[in-house]
Design a protein around this ligand. Structure first.
Ligand SMILES: *Cc1c(COP(=O)(O)O)cnc(C)c1O
Ligand code: SF4
Length: 337
C-alpha cells in the first residue's frame, strides 16, 4: 500500500515539489507538520501552480511569514481548557481532543501549534480525567470529538472511547469533526461504521471539506456509508484565498455536499494562525460571497458564515445583514452588532 508523504524528500520524490524548492519546503516542514495521503496526492495536478488541492496541503515558504496579529492559540482554546484534552467554552458542549494527529496537515490549520505526529493521543490517566470532567457536569449535552482527527483511531479504540461516553447519561450527542472520509476514505470501513453505530448516543459527523474536487468517487462512497447507516452529516469549510473564495466554486461545493446528503453547516473565516495570512480573505469579501449565494443557490446549500475571534468569546455569525426594505410588519429591524 502507498504511504503518506511526510517530508520534503517525499514530496520531491512524488513530483509535488521541484528539487529547487526542496530546501525551502524542508524549512517549513521543520516548523509545521506535513502529511499528504495517497488519496490527496492523486488529486493534485502538479502542472497547475494554483491547484486548489496542492495549495491546501503542499507546504509553501509563505508559511514562514508571521504577521503581527497572528497567534499560537488563535481562538484562545487554552484559557477554556480546564483539564488536558477538554475545551469548555459553551455551557452545553465540550471539545474532547483525544488525539493530536491528523491524516493530512492542512497548511492553514488553526491548531497547527498543537497538532502533529509528535503530539500523541491523551494517555489513559489524562483521558480518565477528561471523561471524569464530562461525567461530573450534567449541563454537558454534547461531546465534540476533535483534535487532531478522531477517525484516525482504529475502530477498536474508537469503540472504547464511545463506550466510555455511553456511560454518561446526560450526554445526548457525540459529534465527530473529521477530514478522514475525504482525505483517507479507505479508513471508513464497515468496522468503523459499526463502531459508530453501536453507540447509544446520537452520532453527528462534521466533515471538513473546502473544494468540490475533494469529493472524489471514493470520498462520496465513504460519505455514503455514514448516511446509509443513518449517521447524519454536516460540513465545515474554511474560506481560503485562491482556493474557494469564488461564488461559483463555493456553489459547486455546497451543491455537491447536499447531493451527497451532507448539510453545509459553517463557512469559517480564516483564523489568525501563524503563517497563514496568504490564505485569509477579508470579512467583507466573505460577506460578498455569501450574498452571491443567497437566492442563486438552494437554501439547503447555505452554510452560516462565522468567525472565531481571538479573544476566545466563541463563534459569531458574520454573514451579510439584510435590511427588510419591504412592507412586512410594523417591527423596527435593528442590527444586533
Ligand atoms: C466551535 C466550537 C464548538 C462547537 O460550536 P457549534 O457552534 O456548536 O458548532 C464547541 N466548543 C468549542 C470550544 C468550539 O470552539
Ligand atoms: S484536519 Fe483539521 S486539525 Fe487537522 S490539520 Fe487540517 S485543519 Fe488542522
Amino acid at each position: 500500500m502507498r504511504r503518506t508523504l511526510r517530508s520534503a524528500d517525499d514530496l520531491v520524490a512524488a513530483g509535488l515539489v521541484s528539487s529547487g524548492q526542496r530546501a525551502d519546503v524542508k524549512a517549513v516542514a521543520d516548523r509545521y507538520a506535513v502529511a499528504i495521503t495517497p488519496a490527496v496526492a492523486d488529486l493534485i495536478d502538479p502542472t497547475d501552480p494554483d491547484d486548489p488541492i496542492a495549495r491546501q496541503f503542499v507546504p509553501s515558504p509563505m508559511e514562514l511569514t508571521r504577521t503581527q496579529e497572528e497567534r499560537d492559540d488563535p481562538i484562545a482554546d487554552q484559557v477554556h481548557s480546564p483539564v488536558p484534552g477538554i475545551v469548555h467554552r459553551y455551557p452545553d458542549r465540550v471539545l474532547l481532543k483525544a488525539v493530536h494527529a491528523c491524516p493530512v496537515y492542512c497548511r492553514f490549520c488553526f491548531r497547527r501549534e498543537m497538532v502533529g505526529p509528535g503530539g500523541d493521543s491523551l494517555d489513559d490517566a489524562a483521558l480518565n480525567t477528561a471523561v471524569g470532567y464530562i461525567a461530573d457536569r450534567p449541563d454537558i449535552w454534547e461531546v465534540i470529538l476533535t483534535g487532531g482527527d478522531p477517525l484516525i483511531l482504529s475502530p477498536r479504540r474508537l469503540s472504547a472511547l464511545l463506550e466510555r461516553l455511553d456511560t454518561i447519561d446526560h450526554v445526548a450527542v457525540v459529534r465527530l469533526h473529521t477530514r478522514v472520509p475525504v482525505v483517507d476514505p479507505r479508513r471508513v470501513t464497515a468496522e468503523m461504521i459499526g463502531a459508530l453505530s453501536v453507540s447509544s448516543k446520537t452520532i453527528w459527523t462534521a466533515l471538513h471539506v473546502n473544494h468540490s474536487r475533494e469529493l472524489t468517487a471514493d470520498a462520496l462512497a465513504a460519505i455514503g456509508r455514514f448516511a446509509d447507516a443513518g449517521l447524519p452529516l454536516v460540513s465545515q469549510t474554511v474560506l481560503l484565498k485562491g482556493i474557494n473564495d469564488d461564488a461559483l466554486v463555493l456553489a459547486d461545493l455546497f451543491r455537491a455536499l447536499v447531493k451527497a446528503r451532507v448539510k453545509p453547516y459553517y463557512l469559517h473565516q480564516g483564523d489568525l494562525a501563524p503563517g497563514t495570512s496568504h490564505f485569509r480573505t477579508t470579512i467583507a469579501e466573505g460577506q460578498r460571497l455569501m450574498r452571491a449565494l443567497r437566492g442563486a443557490v438552494s437554501g439547503l446549500c447555505q452554510p452560516t458564515y462565522v468567525v472565531d475571534p481571538p479573544d476566545g468569546s466563541g463563534k459569531r455569525p458574520i454573514g451579510p445583514c439584510y435590511d427588510l426594505g419591504i412592507e412586512h410588519s410594523a417591527e423596527t429591524v435593528t442590527r444586533d452588532r
